[in-house]
Write a protein of this length. Sequence first.
Length: 143
Amino acid sequence: MACPYFEPLTLRPACAPGSGSAMLPLGDAWAGVCHAVPSEPWEPDEAALRIHCNLGYARGECARFPLDGGPDAVRFAIARDEGACISVSYVVERDHHPFAHGSIEYSRTGETFVSPPASEIFGRQARAYLASYLRRMAEASKR
């Protein structure tokens, strides 16, 4: 489960594809920007990326994490891959319980979501998850 305020931008070099990172919430380890304080985007250091941003549940652990009643983590899973369209299920969690859930459809041919994601950060997380999934599928087809 990734932190709901984390915007993944690039794969982290220490976790190159094929390094066994498929179990991470976004499929790989990512570097990016923290938007927990919307007016002050912050580029997390290595420790924050590893412990909080890529894994979520940073409430009470990360000094930047909001103290409000918002979500703690976001989780994605491929629900269906029908070639041209991929359905991605998601659960946004608070205290290890569902806070919100649903699915989003991704068009491979258009390389975009059929309907826009709820927010820019959520969309970036879903794209990062899909990029990791598509990379792993391409690697598997070469074997």
